[in-house]
Design a protein. Structure first.
Length: 106
């Protein structure tokens, strides 16, 4: 919900502990404060966010980043656990892992 009380549906494209990227039908003004709510396997996350400059202007759908400005402790915990679970279940292997081993001392 934005500052004017309007509700808008968005598709969450990416998320982090500090913010994320939304796919919207129309862009919101940069600097708008909004309520964001979404569900994870670890529980609901509900917080306040500030909208940032759209990544793709004047196109539909619009990609627009946001940053969290307020998350309750439980919401932060649910978000953190969801991100940890996503990282733990990742199936990719780090191709640099062999090169990151310390070199033997001569």
């Amino acid at each position: 919900m934005d500052e004017s009380g309007q509700r808008a549906r968005a598709k969450l494209q990416s998320i982090s502990l500090t913010g994320g990227l939304l796919q919207l039908q129309r862009e919101l003004s940069a600097g708008d404060f909004v309520e964001i709510a979404f569900h994870t396997r670890n529980g609901a996350v509900h917080g306040m966010a500030e909208m940032l400059q759209p990544a793709r202007k004047f196109q539909s759908p619009c990609l627009q980043p946001f940053r969290f400005i307020a998350l309750a402790d439980e919401d932060h915990r649910n978000l953190s656990m969801a991100l940890d679970t996503a990282l733990d279940s990742s199936t990719f292997e780090n191709p640099m892992s062999e090169r990151l081993k310390p070199a033997p001392r001569l």
